[in-house]
Design a binder for this molecule. Structure first.
Ligand SMILES: Nc1ncnc2c1ncn2[C@@H]1O[C@H](COP(=O)(O)OP(=O)(O)OP(=O)(O)O)[C@@H](O)[C@H]1O
Length: 317
């Protein structure tokens, strides 16, 4: 059984007469012990889907789903406290996630105090151990530091150590390398990969960058305008993308562009969250769109390795 099983997730804001469709029909299936990418352009509903898993959506959000399960439990019924014990989040801005006026030691201790049940003298050792596990060379010095005394990469490692300190086994990493330079970002991805193996974690990696998916994800789900358009193992998605949007995302990668092979960006914009979408959400931007694509919902297709929703017959393109 997958750790996360979401079918037909929809999240709306606004009034009944003028709804904002932030997420329209997201399917997401994440296997235990893997890193699963959630990829798409800005505004396609990645963060809000992660927030729904955490139970941290604003009160104004209206959520519905055919299935919304975490470890077999229906998350729509489960108390926030369970999610807090099992699910942690790492955001793109580690400086904002850390308290600027408290030493790291105090912040680690606060997390351990509320999650581990360890007595004080053991919490100190546990904090050092967790910081060391994230590759921080001098944990004692880090514990005495304030966030501003650490580099961005060190701050992100501290945030990861805090996530581990909660005892969570599922981590939602929302663009964790966007604010870091390329080398440090690659180190943070390598760290997450190592932690997944060593600590039997599962990670949902939210990103707009196919390179991040290629670098560290075992599998991925491609979102477009609040819809899941394709999902499968990373090697399959990269080698044989089926949905024209996935193909366009790959074609917009710097490597492909530099080789002069492909487009630099996908023309057009994602539909407004107020729009009523009758057919395929990508149809207005799709070079292969047919009349039916604007009129009818695309069928779900599955070739055994990955699944996608598109009117085009599989042999096409
Ligand atoms: N509190 C809110 N009230 C109304 N609409 C919202 C709210 N939060 C999110 N939305 C809507 O949900 C859409 C999806 O937002 P989300 O942050 O999930 O996108 P994203 O794919 O993570 O993009 P980004 O990469 O820019 O963070 C937004 O475009 C917006 O229309």
């Amino acid at each position: 059984m997958s750790l996360v099983e979401i079918k037909g997730l929809s999240i709306r804001f606004g009034s009944l007469h003028n709804p904002i469709h932030a997420v329209r029909r997201v399917d997401l299936s994440i296997e235990r012990g893997t890193i699963h990418g959630l990829i798409g352009e800005s505004g396609c509903g990645k963060t809000i889907s992660g927030m729904a898993l955490l139970g941290l959506l604003p009160q104004s959000a209206r959520v519905s789903a055919d299935a919304f399960r975490f470890d077999g439990l229906n998350l729509l019924d489960v108390a926030k406290s369970l999610r807090g014990r099992r699910i942690a989040m790492i955001s793109q801005d580690p400086a904002a996630a850390l308290n600027p006026v408290l030493r790291i030691g105090r912040q680690m201790d606060d997390v351990l105090k509320s999650h581990s049940g360890l007595p004080r003298f053991q919490r100190r050792a546990a904090a050092e151990e967790l910081l060391a596990a994230t590759g921080l060379a001098d944990p004692r010095r880090v514990l005495k530091s304030y966030a501003h005394q650490l580099s961005g990469g060190m701050q992100q490692r501290v945030v990861i150590a805090q996530a581990l300190a909660t005892g969570a086994d599922f981590i939602i990493a929302d663009e964790p390398t966007t604010a870091l330079d390329v080398t440090v970002g690659a180190q943070v991805l390598a760290l997450l990969k190592r932690l997944v193996q060593e600590r039997a974690l599962t990670v949902l990696m939210i990103t707009h960058d196919m390179d991040v998916v290629a670098e560290c994800c075992d599998s991925a789900t491609v979102l477009y305008a609040g819809h899941t358009v394709e999902a499968g193992r990373t090697d399959e998605l990269l080698a044989a993308p089926r949905h024209p949007y996935t193909q366009a995302l790959l074609a917009a990668l710097p490597d492909a562009v530099a080789k002069g092979e492909r487009l630099a960006s996908i023309e057009g914009h994602i539909p407004s969250p107020f729009a009523v979408i009758e057919g395929c959400p990508f149809a207005p931007r799709c070079a292969s769109a047919m009349a039916v694509c604007r009129q009818a919902k695309p069928p779900e297709r599955d070739d055994g390795n990955h699944c996608w929703t598109c009117h085009l017959e599989p042999h096409h393109g």
